[in-house]
Design a protein around this ligand. Structure first.
Ligand SMILES: *Cc1c(COP(=O)(O)O)cnc(C)c1O
Length: 495
């Protein structure tokens, strides 16, 4: 096909090849991107003050199902209108102060700027010959994170798609490390706290160790791994002839933000010859804090650490890393493919695929790079401190009320609580939790999560928005309390 002429935007002039990113289509590219940004900022403005419309799954599914994918619109503006109707109009906005459900953060603009390059240039970080400078930008960020962790110069790591993948890779390294030392594959165990993330269980299953290979340790009154129980568990497993491949500590549990006692857990893991993994998917943002870095003391003794930049570093999904204290352990995932990274090939020491369980891989690291270059880590740390302070303030205000109860004092940035005025039974409080949560969402008044603690239902506020105020968050609590009293009044009327 002949090369297309230079294009200016406009559907009527579209050459068949002009959809391709190419210098000759730069004007078309820039105009299209600007249209998209205009559309997004308009949607943002329309949605201001509302985290979500609360649309139900059936309502959201219908217009999507009705689209005929074999009948293209052939027009950018028409496609933007359609995507607005199918998606943007009912999107959940994590930057709204009434969004307090899951571990989703508002994202920083420098990282969004980086996304333009990440997807436009579309480097793949598996080999040097597909990414060039990108390889070294990713490496610098891994080194920098390792430095903040207190790891020595032998450390290394790799960006991953998220905490789930980082934990999987960590446990894969731990498993293979144990097997290399002669452990019996049928006796491998992974020890974590009862509040550890479910991705640990899933990883162990994927690694072929069986669901029973995960041994959980109870938590103390602050929901941290109980180290006395950990010591007893490790002694019991050793006596039974089991081999503990890894002890997983959590630095910031998903529900309570609890940071396990890292120095004690690490020392016990070491004493039993077990790999010490720290899942800091949530608490990793403390690495940027100038006032609370010491909450992670002991993390420097870990063999591996999971960090989710897409949680407490305010990065867009995906952005995570697995960092290991000893680079050599990453060799457990190295595979030499003749077509990609052959043994003894060129650039042999510069291929990130040797360290990753992925092959083609996004250049997510550039988002963090731009964030650090434009804003600096201290600013990120201030945001983290702000949301930790916010959770503490909300916790204090709820503790002072007699119509709600707290499951535990806030630690990182979650508040676990429920409506329970004097005279309301535990069973009634349990029953109300899913009802009030669903009603708040359906009314478009905000979003909160729920969880189970020791078999009972609780509401959870996950606060990752440094622009939210305690009044905003208590406003969501008040809305939930109003719904609860309404529900109880209605039931009384019926009875
Ligand atoms: C979120 C989370 C994970 C999983 O991370 P993803 O990025 O969602 O895959 C793992 N561990 C903890 C403690 C988490 O909070």
């Amino acid at each position: 096909m002949a090369a297309p002429p230079a294009q200016s935007p406009g559907v009527d002039q579209v050459h068949p090849l002009s959809h391709l990113f190419h210098p000759r289509h730069a004007a078309m590219y820039a105009a299209t991107m600007r249209r998209g940004v205009d559309h997004l900022t308009a949607a943002l403005a329309r949605a201001e003050g509302r985290a979500s419309t609360g649309v139900a799954p059936a309502q959201a599914a219908k217009p999507v199902a009705d689209v005929d994918l074999d009948a293209p619109l052939l027009d950018v503006d028409a496609a933007l209108e359609e995507v607005t109707r199918l998606y943007l109009d009912d999107a959940v906005w994590f930057h709204e102060p009434t969004y307090a459900a899951h571990l989703n953060c508002p994202v920083v603009i420098p990282a969004l700027l980086a996304e333009v390059f990440v997807s436009g240039v579309n480097s793949s970080l598996d080999t040097f010959d597909q990414s060039v400078g990108g390889t070294f930008i990713e490496r610098r960020l891994v080194e920098w994170t390792a430095g903040r962790l207190g790891f020595g110069p032998g450390a290394d790591g790799v960006f991953t798609s998220g905490g789930t993948q980082s934990n999987l890779q960590a446990l894969l390294l731990a498993r293979d490390h144990a097997l290399a030392s002669g452990a019996d594959a049928t006796r491998l165990r992974v020890v974590a706290s009862a509040d550890g993330h479910f991705s640990v269980q899933k990883a162990v299953r994927l690694l072929g160790l069986g669901d029973d290979a995960v041994v959980t340790v109870p938590v103390d009154h602050r929901r941290r791994m109980d180290v006395v129980a950990l010591a007893a568990t490790l002694a019991r497993l050793a006596a039974a002839g089991d081999h503990v491949a890894a002890v997983v500590a959590t630095a910031g549990t998903t529900d309570f933000g609890a940071v396990d006692p890292l120095p004690e857990v690490g020392a016990l893991a070491r004493a039993h010859g077990a790999w010490f993994h720290v899942d800091a998917a949530y608490g990793g943002g403390l690495l940027a804090s100038t006032t609370r870095r010491h909450w992670l003391a002991g993390i420097e003794a870990a063999d591996s650490v999971t960090i989710d930049y897409h949680k407490t570093w305010f990065q867009p999904v995906s952005s995570s890393a697995l960092v290991v204290a000893d680079a050599r352990h990453l060799g457990h995932v190295t595979w030499h493919a003749d077509y990609l990274n052959p043994r003894g090939g060129v650039h042999v020491s510069a291929n990130q695929v040797d360290k990753s369980i992925q092959t083609t891989r996004r250049f997510d690291a550039l988002k963090l790079w731009m964030t650090l270059r434009v804003m600096g880590a201290d600013r990120v740390g201030e945001y983290v401190d702000t949301v930790v302070d916010l959770a503490a303030e909300v916790g204090r205000r709820l503790a002072a009320r007699d119509d709600v109860e707290l499951a535990a004092d806030p630690q990182l940035s979650t508040v676990v609580w429920r409506y329970r005025p004097a005279g309301l039974s535990v069973a009634e409080a349990d029953r109300l939790v899913p009802l009030v949560r669903a009603a708040l969402h359906a009314r478009g008044q905000g979003m909160v999560a729920s969880t189970k603690v020791d078999g009972h239902a609780w509401l959870k506020l996950t606060l990752l928005n440094p622009m939210a105020t305690a009044d905003d968050v208590v406003g969501v609590v008040d809305a939930l309390v109003a719904i609860a009293t309404e529900l109880l009044d209605d039931e009384e009327d019926v009875a």
